[in-house]
Design a protein around this ligand. Structure first.
Ligand SMILES: Cc1ncc(COP(=O)(O)OP(=O)(O)O)c(N)n1
Ligand SMILES: Cc1ncsc1CCOP(=O)(O)O
Ligand SMILES: [Mg+2]
Length: 222
């Protein structure tokens, strides 16, 4: 990615409100159509999150994700692996606390790829808000979720405490968020969310994405 493209991607991240993570299996039969529907609905960033998939297979699936993101002018994210993010030409790499250190990812990717970080405590959130090389961070899970089994949920208190940081760095609430719970997440102070099942399991994913995007943008406007 050129310097200009990276600056554009950072501006798009600043404006982003709705971030989808999905594997390549849940919507196996209609993946391109599903991605087109949610991107048209208002998803700003799409991450292929398919734990345990081998790199070669991940790269193949990422072509479908990259094409969809390019059609809609949205950001493509890779989970966990800097090498795969580089090979796929992704805009974003997401790193958890147990993944590659940010400095190691930067050594592979340089400054042009956006890097995100997971946080699960107020201390981790405060650190991610100022850590060099981090473009955005996520806090959660807000609720226990079968998408991330075994991960204790710090709940909305973490969202409140993250909001209280008053950071300008973009941050997203994650974990167990659906349209019924969105107002609670907004009331706790989040203005950006990451979702999986709320879109992958929606009867009408495009309409669900549009409803998320509308309410997130309304909340951001005041
Ligand atoms: C956007 C986004 N936020 C959080 C996560 C979770 O990352 P991590 O804690 O490393 O867990 P895994 O997803 O790797 O199981 C994410 N992937 N994306
Ligand atoms: C990847 C991840 N990290 C923390 S919660 C989570 C999964 C969120 O999935 P869902 O939106 O289906 O609860
Ligand atoms: Mg990870």
């Amino acid at each position: 990615m050129s310097d200009t493209a990276a600056a554009t991607a950072r501006a798009e991240l600043a404006d982003a409100r709705l971030y989808l993570c999905t594997d390549a299996r849940t919507r196996q039969g209609d993946l391109p159509e599903f991605l087109d529907a949610v991107l048209a609905g208002g998803v700003d960033i799409v991450q292929l999150r398919d734990k345990g998939m081998e790199a070669a297979e991940e790269l193949e699936h990422l072509k479908v994700f990259a094409d969809a993101c390019a059609r809609h002018g949205r950001l493509l994210a890779v989970n966990d692996r800097a090498d795969v993010a580089h090979a796929a030409g992704a805009d974003v790499l997401h790193l958890g606390q147990g993944d590659l250190p940010v400095s190691a990812a930067r050594a592979i990717l340089g400054d042009d790829v956006l890097v995100g970080r997971s946080t699960h405590t107020p201390e981790e959130a405060a650190a991610a808000a100022v850590q060099d090389g981090v473009d955005y961070f996520c806090t959660g899970p807000c609720w226990p979720t079968p998408t991330k089994p075994g991960r204790p949920a710090p709940g909305l208190d973490l969202v409140r405490r993250t909001a209280a940081l008053g950071t300008d760095r973009p941050w997203f609430a994650i974990g167990g968020i659906d349209l019924d719970r969105l107002d609670e997440v907004l009331d706790a102070g989040a203005r950006r969310v990451v979702v999986v099942r709320a879109l992958t399991e929606a009867d009408d994913p495009g309409a669900a994405a549009a409803e998320f995007a509308k309410r997130l943008r309304q909340a951001s406007a005041h």
